[in-house]
Design a protein around this ligand. Structure first.
Ligand code: AMP
Length: 624
């Protein structure tokens, strides 16, 4: 197969991202050299301009909270006004383009309200930030597969609206990936379990990840997999459980050390990581202890029991079960009519979650065999395989998660496509003018279930111009909605008497224009080299620092290990490395580091001998 034909599957998660690829033996996830597949969806920016992604960035979060960006998925395709809940808890700066324009007195020029994340004075859109994560996923896949990767299937929660899907697609493009298909996560989960290939069944997919929850009901019949309904919340997940634990600890810290105690951003980040670690530990242990160093000798320690965690989680899990009932209602099914429940997302490892889901559907139906962190990426790989022509015997049918329509006279929402309609689909309706001689109409595209336009989400606006003047009610304007297989919306308007038409792929009010995406692609390509060098320099400096500290320590531990000639050589190499660390040439630093390593070899050897001796001393012969 040519390189161009390879398509990988990517689960671009709120908390973690990972890739899968189809092999003749079935789908597998892409792992790094250490065997790990999950890449934390976290990006850290250092003041010198370098960017790190994944576990290293997550570890940075404590020292560098304002410049560590996580949960970007929550910002995708959103306006700042949609994000009030998140802005309270995200430590990094999120601003709206309108807000910035207003402050600068240039509001008129700005039509859309883009969300920007501001780090070290630089403004970036969520699409660009997600692209940074996707680039890392791509790079790891390329390293593991030993070939270039340029095409991908990317999954999104079933509940994602049009703007969020488009933002995901744009992120892929910015990362240098042609997005062949956007697939709903529950559909991917069903593919990963191979449920589509067994006998006909009705399956529920319960997906509780870090930041999103959804339950989808799928019908599998005759090799066709159809989403019957989906309900969820893009603001419900493991992060909320972490926050419960954080609030518990923060409250107790304040009542012990005074209500006035202000948490620094670094302490908040540390608390978040501790809370998450405690939550994960409680899945396998009856208790977890969190210790917070508040400085000035104050260390706060608290043990949390599983029952206590379950009590704190109850309201969130109740909420997921409410969504389950709504989705079942929409699909016209009772819990008893569901044959299997597939568990997806890291939080479905929590025993309490499994128990509650089992209580609703029947414990025997709950499927947890495939690693819940990997199941979506594996399914994305299966879908990629289908697109590569490796497997042809399945047809996927998704549904649109929310109704779509346009604003009609008086600010009402006129629905053209109802929620849970199977995609691809199209619908059209004829509208007219209300004013004599009107030559243009504004078409305001909306998404949502409410009746008033003001209560629905605005996806964008466009104008049909050049309508010949006619009396009010004369023009026949046919508005057509088409949702393609990726769930992306195209809207067209045609005045039937004159043949005037306008058609757009909706650029969501909070989305990027084609030109902006292209500019970002160019910028990211232009910056790829300096970004890589900066990253490399940071890694090298860290490594050099470690070596220099080890040499200093060894010189104290085994002062006699080197001859005076060897010592001279080592001192020279150390001095050279220190000088080169002041400059920005990775090759030069690397060469000096090797010199130090070589010159320190006798020292390392002597130190190892000493350790061996210390280990042996004091042991009886028969213990050895
Ligand atoms: P996902 O978005 O699917 O990657 O899920 C990530 C979420 O799952 C995060 O909130 C994690 O803290 C959580 N998680 C991962 N492993 C476990 C575990 N063993 N127990 C509880 N929660 C977990």
């Amino acid at each position: 197969m040519a390189t161009d034909d390879l398509i990988i599957g990517i689960d671009l998660g709120t908390t973690n991202s990972l890739a899968g690829v189809m092999t003749p033996a079935g789908p597998v996830v892409v792992r790094d050299a250490a065997g790990s597949a999950l890449i934390p969806s976290v990006i850290a920016f250092t003041p010198d301009g370098a960017v790190t992604v994944g576990a290293a960035a997550k570890a940075h979060a404590v020292e560098n909270p304002l410049a560590t960006v996580y949960s970007v998925k929550r910002l995708m395709g959103k306006g700042v006004q949609d994000l009030a809940e998140d802005l309270r808890v995200l430590p990094y700066a999120v601003v709206g383009s309108r807000q910035v324009a207003l402050a600068e007195g240039q509001l008129d020029e700005i039509q859309r309200d883009l969300v920007w994340v501001r780090v070290n004075g630089r403004l970036m859109t969520p699409q660009e930030l997600s692209a940074v994560i996707l680039k890392e996923v791509k790079a790891r896949a390329e390293a593991a597969l030993g070939r270039a990767v340029t095409q991908a299937v990317i999954t999104v929660p079933a509940y994602f609206d049009d703007a969020q899907r488009q933002a995901t697609r744009d992120a892929g493009r910015i990362a240098g990936l042609e997005v062949k298909r956007i697939v709903n996560e529950p559909t991917a989960a069903v593919l990963a379990y191979g449920l589509d290939q067994r006998q006909d069944a009705t399956v529920a997919v319960y997906d509780l990840g870090g930041g999103t929850f959804d339950l989808s009901v799928l019908k599998i019949a005759g090799g066709v997999c159809q989403v019957l309904s989906t309900h969820g919340d893009t603001h419900l997940g493991g992060d909320d459980l972490d926050r419960e634990l954080m609030d518990l600890i923060a409250g107790e810290v304040r009542s012990r050390y005074g209500e006035h105690l202000e948490f620094t951003p670094a302490t908040r980040q540390a608390l978040r990581l501790f809370a998450e670690a405690a939550k994960i530990r409680i899945s396998d242990h009856p208790t977890a202890t969190v210790e917070v160093d508040l400085g000035e000798g104050r260390v706060f320690s608290r043990t949390i029991a599983r029952e206590e965690f379950e009590a704190l989680s109850a309201k969130w899990i109740d909420r997921t079960l409410e969504h389950c009932r709504l989705a079942l209602g929409d699909a016209g099914k009772t819990p008893a009519q569901i044959d299997r429940v597939v568990m997806v997302g890291g939080c479905t490892r929590i025993p309490y979650v499994r128990r509650r889901v089992g209580e609703l559907f029947g414990p025997a139906k709950v499927y947890t065999a495939v690693n819940p962190d990997e199941v979506v990426a594996l399914g994305a790989a299966v879908q990629a395989g289908i697109l590569m022509g490796l497997k042809r015997d399945l047809l996927l049918l998704d549904v649109t998660p929310l109704s779509l329509g346009i604003e009609t006279l008086g600010g009402a929402m006129g629905k053209l496509i109802l929620r849970n309609t199977t995609v691809p689909c199209q619908a059209s309706e004829v509208f007219t003018t209300y004013v004599d001689g009107q030559t243009s109409v504004d078409i305001h595209v909306l998404q949502g279930e409410r009746e008033l336009a003001a209560d629905c989400r605005s996806l964008g606006r466009f104008q049909l111009r050049g309508i010949p003047p006619m009396p009010a009610g004369g023009p026949r304007i046919r508005v057509g909605f088409l949702i393609d297989a990726n769930g992306i919306l195209n809207v067209s308007a045609r005045e039937e008497r004159s043949g005037r038409e306008a058609s757009v792929q909706i650029t969501p009010s909070h989305g990027l224009t084609r030109q902006e995406v292209d500019a970002m692609v160019k910028e990211s390509l232009a910056k790829a080299r300096p970004d890589m060098v900066a990253h490399q320099l940071i890694d090298l400096r860290n490594e050099a620092g470690r070596i220099l500290r080890a040499v200093e320590k060894a010189l104290i531990n085994v002062p006699q290990a080197l001859s005076s000639e060897q010592r001279l050589l080592l001192d020279g190499a150390v001095a050279m490395l220190k000088t080169r660390l002041q400059q920005d040439d990775p090759d030069q630093i690397y060469a000096a580091m090797n010199l130090v390593n070589d010159a320190a070899m006798p020292l390392t050897q002597a130190q190892m001998d000493q350790v061996m001796k210390q280990t042996v001393v004091g042991k009886k012969l028969e213990d050895l």
